[in-house]
Design a protein around this ligand. Sequence first.
Ligand code: ZN
Length: 283
Amino acid sequence: MKIGSYQLIPVETCSFKLDGGAMFGVVPKIFWEKTNPPDEQNRILLHARCLLLNSPGRKILIDTGVGSNWSEKFAGIYCIDNSQFSMEKSLSQNGVNPEDITDVIITHLHFDHTGGATKLVDGQWQPSFPNATYYIQKKQYDWAMNPSLRDKASYYKERYKPLADRNMVVFTEGNQKLIEGIEVVEINGHTFGQQLVKISDSDTTLLYCADLIPFTSHIPLPYIMGYDLQPLVTLKEKIDILNQAVEENWTLFFEHDPYSAAATLERNEKGAIVIREKFEKLP
Ligand SMILES: [Zn+2]
């Protein structure tokens, strides 16, 4: 898929698992288990699928996956599996080295989005993309430096604070045009200051949905993660964004769906927004 001067390339970094109940909030298992079958521990499969925007002048990465150097216990709880793919492998299959990345847009600082932003070298956390500018919402960074007891298990400061300490971060505030053809959209239901990424030219738009809509199975409005700090805000944000997506014929990109990377939408005869077409890779 090409938008403007960018070639859009999904970058698979790993698979992992989270509790199915937590991924679907108030929705009963009897519904979600059909699309996302759980293992014997009630965990369901997720991918950490980043997106590379490759143009002659820039190589922009959206999110960085779970990363490496987790304890055995942590990797076991979340079933972190790099055997099929990794950031390095996926980039090199596309002829890209970590040093070539010019910009990294971090949607938010939960470990499954930012764990790969740094890597452990001789006991020190160093930027994984040493020549990149990292973009993080200021509101999210401030929250992540001092999260609540409810969500602090999702944040590992040692993996992102070194970026700010080295002045590699440009802090974004709200909706902002970042680079030609690329905008960030601030949303606040999942956490404070998550930024989705909208890539568009005169006729095509793709939205990187991050944790507003992690799977295709989260399209129906009540399917909202139990992790969200403000689920009613998520509901409103989903309504606004899905309406705009269907009206303007956007393609949605799913970071965590293990079965589909993208989808287009339509309105059914009852007026509900549903999937028109799913894509395992990008069209
Ligand atoms: Zn996530």
